[in-house]
Design a protein around this ligand. Structure first.
Ligand code: CA2
Length: 137
C-alpha cells in the first residue's frame, strides 16, 4: 500500500466546467473516484488550492511521510520560485503533471520551476496522465 497525494493548483477546480476543448469535460472529483477504485491497493489523497502558500504548506505537510506526490501546479508552474524551493526542501518524490501539452501552447508555458526538482514530468495525456503518474511510484 503506497501513500500517494495528488495536489492540484489554481483553477483546476474548474475542470469539466470550462474550456472542455483543452481540459476535457470530466470533473476531477468524478475522475478521482474512478482512480481510487482502479488503484484500490494504494491510498490516494487529493488536495486542491488556488493559493500558492497553501500549496507550499501542503507540500511541507506530506513531503516527509508520503511515497509519492503528483503535482499539477497549474499556472504557478511557470511563475513560482517559492513552490520550486519547497520541492528542494522535501523528501517525497514529485511527479510534475500537466493535462495539456504545455509545449504546444504559449511560450510562457514552456518554463517550469517544478521540473528541475521533479522525479519526472508527464504532460499532454489528459486525465490519463494521473494514472501514468500513479503507476510510476
Ligand atoms: O495542462 C495543465 O494541466 C496546466 O497545468 C493547466 C493550467 C495551465 O495554466 C498550465 O499551463 C497547464 C491551467 C488550469 C486551468 O484549468 C482550467 C480548467 C477548466 C477551465 C478553466 C481553467
Amino acid at each position: 500500500m503506497k501513500r500517494i497525494i495528488i495536489i492540484n493548483g489554481p483553477n483546476l477546480n474548474l475542470l469539466g466546467k470550462r474550456e472542455p476543448e483543452i481540459y476535457g469535460s470530466e470533473t476531477f472529483e468524478d475522475y478521482l473516484s474512478i482512480l481510487k477504485k482502479k488503484y484500490s491497493d494504494h491510498q490516494i489523497d487529493y488536495y486542491q488550492s488556488n493559493v500558492e502558500g497553501e500549496i507550499i504548506n501542503k507540500l511541507h505537510e506530506v513531503g516527509f511521510s508520503y511515497d509519492g506526490i503528483i503535482l499539477n501546479a497549474g499556472a504557478y508552474t511557470h511563475t513560482s520560485v517559492a513552490i520550486g524551493d519547497a520541492l528542494k526542501g522535501i523528501e517525497t518524490p514529485v511527479v510534475e503533471l500537466h493535462i495539456s501539452n504545455t509545449f504546444s501552447r504559449e511560450d510562457f508555458r514552456h518554463v517550469s520551476y517544478i521540473s528541475p526538482n521533479a522525479k519526472g514530468v508527464i504532460l499532454g495525456f489528459g486525465m490519463q496522465g494521473y494514472e501514468l503518474a500513479i503507476s510510476s511510484f
